[in-house]
Design a protein around this ligand. Structure first.
Ligand code: G6P
Ligand code: MG
Length: 218
Protein backbone atom coordinates (compact mmCIF):
# COMPACT_ATOMS: atom_id res chain seq x y z
CA UNK A 1 0.00 0.00 0.00
CA UNK A 2 1.23 3.49 -0.85
CA UNK A 3 1.10 5.65 2.27
CA UNK A 4 3.50 8.47 1.45
CA UNK A 5 4.75 10.30 -1.63
CA UNK A 6 8.14 11.98 -1.37
CA UNK A 7 8.92 14.66 -3.92
CA UNK A 8 12.14 16.13 -5.18
CA UNK A 9 11.63 19.85 -5.87
CA UNK A 10 13.79 21.16 -8.71
CA UNK A 11 12.69 19.60 -12.00
CA UNK A 12 9.79 17.64 -10.47
CA UNK A 13 7.46 20.23 -8.96
CA UNK A 14 8.97 23.46 -10.26
CA UNK A 15 10.94 24.58 -13.26
CA UNK A 16 14.06 25.87 -11.50
CA UNK A 17 16.63 23.84 -13.44
CA UNK A 18 16.95 26.65 -15.99
CA UNK A 19 17.73 29.22 -13.27
CA UNK A 20 20.40 26.96 -11.82
CA UNK A 21 21.75 26.52 -15.34
CA UNK A 22 21.81 30.26 -16.16
CA UNK A 23 23.53 31.08 -12.87
CA UNK A 24 26.19 28.37 -13.34
CA UNK A 25 26.73 29.36 -16.98
CA UNK A 26 27.31 32.98 -16.01
CA UNK A 27 29.93 31.84 -13.53
CA UNK A 28 31.62 29.65 -16.17
CA UNK A 29 31.68 32.59 -18.58
CA UNK A 30 33.43 34.72 -15.99
CA UNK A 31 35.96 31.96 -15.47
CA UNK A 32 36.49 31.84 -19.24
CA UNK A 33 34.86 28.64 -20.46
CA UNK A 34 31.60 27.39 -21.98
CA UNK A 35 29.06 25.47 -19.95
CA UNK A 36 26.45 23.71 -22.07
CA UNK A 37 22.99 22.42 -21.29
CA UNK A 38 24.37 18.92 -21.77
CA UNK A 39 27.00 19.61 -19.07
CA UNK A 40 24.20 20.89 -16.84
CA UNK A 41 22.59 17.43 -16.72
CA UNK A 42 25.47 16.40 -14.47
CA UNK A 43 24.46 18.99 -11.86
CA UNK A 44 20.84 17.91 -11.45
CA UNK A 45 20.15 16.73 -7.93
CA UNK A 46 23.74 17.50 -6.95
CA UNK A 47 24.50 19.81 -4.00
CA UNK A 48 25.81 23.33 -4.54
CA UNK A 49 29.38 22.57 -3.45
CA UNK A 50 29.55 19.35 -5.47
CA UNK A 51 28.07 21.17 -8.49
CA UNK A 52 30.85 23.74 -8.35
CA UNK A 53 33.46 20.98 -8.27
CA UNK A 54 31.96 19.44 -11.42
CA UNK A 55 31.82 22.85 -13.12
CA UNK A 56 35.47 23.53 -12.33
CA UNK A 57 36.44 20.08 -13.55
CA UNK A 58 34.68 20.81 -16.87
CA UNK A 59 36.61 24.08 -17.12
CA UNK A 60 39.86 22.39 -16.13
CA UNK A 61 40.32 24.79 -13.21
CA UNK A 62 41.74 24.03 -9.76
CA UNK A 63 40.98 26.41 -6.89
CA UNK A 64 41.42 26.55 -3.12
CA UNK A 65 38.57 26.04 -0.68
CA UNK A 66 38.21 29.73 0.15
CA UNK A 67 37.90 30.79 -3.48
CA UNK A 68 35.43 27.96 -4.11
CA UNK A 69 33.25 29.09 -1.21
CA UNK A 70 33.26 32.61 -2.67
CA UNK A 71 32.22 31.40 -6.13
CA UNK A 72 29.47 29.15 -4.75
CA UNK A 73 28.09 32.14 -2.87
CA UNK A 74 28.29 34.31 -5.99
CA UNK A 75 26.34 31.71 -7.99
CA UNK A 76 23.76 31.39 -5.23
CA UNK A 77 23.25 35.16 -4.97
CA UNK A 78 22.37 35.23 -8.65
CA UNK A 79 20.11 32.18 -8.35
CA UNK A 80 18.32 33.75 -5.37
CA UNK A 81 17.63 36.85 -7.49
CA UNK A 82 15.92 34.65 -10.10
CA UNK A 83 13.81 32.62 -7.70
CA UNK A 84 12.72 35.75 -5.82
CA UNK A 85 10.54 36.52 -8.85
CA UNK A 86 8.97 33.07 -9.11
CA UNK A 87 5.23 32.51 -8.82
CA UNK A 88 2.69 29.72 -9.24
CA UNK A 89 3.01 29.86 -13.04
CA UNK A 90 6.32 28.04 -12.65
CA UNK A 91 4.78 24.97 -11.06
CA UNK A 92 5.32 22.11 -13.54
CA UNK A 93 2.33 20.57 -15.39
CA UNK A 94 0.31 18.14 -13.33
CA UNK A 95 2.20 18.79 -10.09
CA UNK A 96 -0.47 20.73 -8.22
CA UNK A 97 -3.28 18.35 -9.22
CA UNK A 98 -1.27 15.35 -8.13
CA UNK A 99 -0.39 16.91 -4.75
CA UNK A 100 -4.09 17.58 -4.20
CA UNK A 101 -4.98 14.05 -5.23
CA UNK A 102 -2.51 12.62 -2.70
CA UNK A 103 -4.20 14.63 0.02
CA UNK A 104 -7.68 13.44 -1.07
CA UNK A 105 -6.45 9.84 -0.74
CA UNK A 106 -4.89 10.55 2.69
CA UNK A 107 -1.44 9.84 1.30
CA UNK A 108 1.23 11.74 3.23
CA UNK A 109 3.24 14.26 1.22
CA UNK A 110 6.86 15.12 1.96
CA UNK A 111 9.60 17.09 0.25
CA UNK A 112 13.05 15.58 -0.20
CA UNK A 113 15.26 18.22 -1.81
CA UNK A 114 18.99 18.97 -1.77
CA UNK A 115 18.29 22.69 -2.11
CA UNK A 116 18.93 25.17 0.68
CA UNK A 117 16.54 27.50 -1.14
CA UNK A 118 13.57 25.12 -1.05
CA UNK A 119 11.48 27.16 1.40
CA UNK A 120 11.75 30.32 -0.72
CA UNK A 121 10.62 28.39 -3.80
CA UNK A 122 7.74 26.63 -2.03
CA UNK A 123 6.51 29.89 -0.50
CA UNK A 124 6.80 31.91 -3.72
CA UNK A 125 4.91 29.31 -5.75
CA UNK A 126 2.29 28.73 -3.03
CA UNK A 127 3.15 25.02 -2.63
CA UNK A 128 4.02 25.03 1.09
CA UNK A 129 0.51 24.15 2.37
CA UNK A 130 0.49 20.88 0.40
CA UNK A 131 3.26 19.32 2.48
CA UNK A 132 3.06 17.33 5.69
CA UNK A 133 6.85 17.47 6.02
CA UNK A 134 9.65 19.39 4.34
CA UNK A 135 13.20 18.04 4.28
CA UNK A 136 15.70 20.16 2.34
CA UNK A 137 19.41 20.91 2.08
CA UNK A 138 19.34 22.70 5.44
CA UNK A 139 18.41 19.43 7.22
CA UNK A 140 20.76 16.95 5.57
CA UNK A 141 24.41 16.11 5.93
CA UNK A 142 24.80 13.65 3.04
CA UNK A 143 23.80 14.39 -0.55
CA UNK A 144 21.87 12.10 -2.91
CA UNK A 145 22.57 9.31 -3.90
CA UNK A 146 22.79 8.92 -0.13
CA UNK A 147 19.27 7.98 1.05
CA UNK A 148 19.34 10.36 4.06
CA UNK A 149 16.96 13.02 2.68
CA UNK A 150 14.24 10.46 1.88
CA UNK A 151 14.70 8.48 5.09
CA UNK A 152 14.27 11.72 7.06
CA UNK A 153 11.15 12.50 5.03
CA UNK A 154 9.61 9.09 5.70
CA UNK A 155 10.44 9.43 9.38
CA UNK A 156 8.88 12.90 9.56
CA UNK A 157 5.54 11.57 8.26
CA UNK A 158 5.91 8.35 10.24
CA UNK A 159 5.64 5.94 7.29
CA UNK A 160 7.92 2.93 6.69
CA UNK A 161 10.15 3.14 3.56
CA UNK A 162 8.38 0.22 1.85
CA UNK A 163 5.17 2.28 1.78
CA UNK A 164 6.87 5.34 0.27
CA UNK A 165 7.14 6.37 -3.38
CA UNK A 166 9.80 8.87 -4.47
CA UNK A 167 9.39 11.24 -7.44
CA UNK A 168 12.69 12.32 -8.97
CA UNK A 169 14.15 13.83 -12.14
CA UNK A 170 17.78 13.04 -11.31
CA UNK A 171 19.63 9.77 -11.57
CA UNK A 172 21.24 10.37 -8.17
CA UNK A 173 17.78 10.80 -6.67
CA UNK A 174 16.48 7.51 -8.07
CA UNK A 175 19.51 5.78 -6.61
CA UNK A 176 18.88 7.47 -3.25
CA UNK A 177 15.29 6.17 -3.29
CA UNK A 178 16.42 2.61 -4.04
CA UNK A 179 19.01 2.79 -1.25
CA UNK A 180 16.28 4.02 1.10
CA UNK A 181 14.25 0.90 0.27
CA UNK A 182 11.56 2.92 -1.55
CA UNK A 183 9.87 2.67 -4.96
CA UNK A 184 10.61 5.43 -7.42
CA UNK A 185 8.97 7.26 -10.28
CA UNK A 186 11.36 8.97 -12.68
CA UNK A 187 10.10 12.26 -14.11
CA UNK A 188 11.76 12.70 -17.49
CA UNK A 189 13.37 10.36 -19.98
CA UNK A 190 13.91 6.60 -19.59
CA UNK A 191 17.40 7.12 -21.01
CA UNK A 192 18.66 8.78 -17.84
CA UNK A 193 16.11 7.41 -15.37
CA UNK A 194 16.06 3.76 -16.42
CA UNK A 195 16.76 2.65 -12.84
CA UNK A 196 13.36 3.94 -11.65
CA UNK A 197 10.44 1.52 -11.16
CA UNK A 198 8.36 3.69 -13.47
CA UNK A 199 9.24 6.62 -15.77
CA UNK A 200 6.81 9.28 -16.99
CA UNK A 201 7.45 12.54 -18.89
CA UNK A 202 5.76 14.65 -16.21
CA UNK A 203 3.40 14.42 -13.22
CA UNK A 204 0.58 15.04 -15.69
CA UNK A 205 0.79 11.37 -16.69
CA UNK A 206 0.39 10.04 -13.17
CA UNK A 207 -2.58 9.49 -10.86
CA UNK A 208 -2.96 7.78 -7.50
CA UNK A 209 -4.93 4.96 -9.15
CA UNK A 210 -2.30 4.41 -11.84
CA UNK A 211 0.38 4.42 -9.19
CA UNK A 212 -1.45 1.87 -7.08
CA UNK A 213 -1.83 -0.34 -10.12
CA UNK A 214 1.86 -0.10 -11.01
CA UNK A 215 2.96 -0.77 -7.45
CA UNK A 216 0.25 -3.27 -6.57
CA UNK A 217 2.67 -5.20 -4.41
CA UNK A 218 3.11 -2.39 -1.88
C1 G6P B 1 18.73 20.52 -6.34
C2 G6P B 1 19.07 20.88 -7.78
C3 G6P B 1 20.56 21.11 -7.94
C4 G6P B 1 21.07 22.09 -6.89
C5 G6P B 1 20.77 21.58 -5.49
C6 G6P B 1 21.22 22.54 -4.40
O1 G6P B 1 19.12 19.21 -6.11
O2 G6P B 1 18.65 19.88 -8.67
O3 G6P B 1 20.81 21.59 -9.24
O4 G6P B 1 22.46 22.30 -7.03
O5 G6P B 1 19.36 21.38 -5.38
O6 G6P B 1 20.46 23.72 -4.49
P1 G6P B 1 20.78 25.06 -3.72
O7 G6P B 1 19.55 25.89 -3.93
O8 G6P B 1 20.99 24.72 -2.28
O9 G6P B 1 22.01 25.64 -4.33
MG1 MG C 1 15.61 17.49 -9.22
Amino acid sequence: EIKACLFDLDGVLVDTARYHYIAWRELAEELGFDFTEHDNERLKGVSRAASLNILLEIGGITLGEEEKARLAEQKNNRYVEYIAKMDSSEILPGALDFLKECREHSIKVALGSASKNAMTILNNTGLTPYFDAIIDGTHTSAAKPDPEVFLLGAQAVNIAPEHCVVFEDAEAGILAATRAGMRSVGIGSPETLGAANLVVPSLQQISVDALRESFAAI
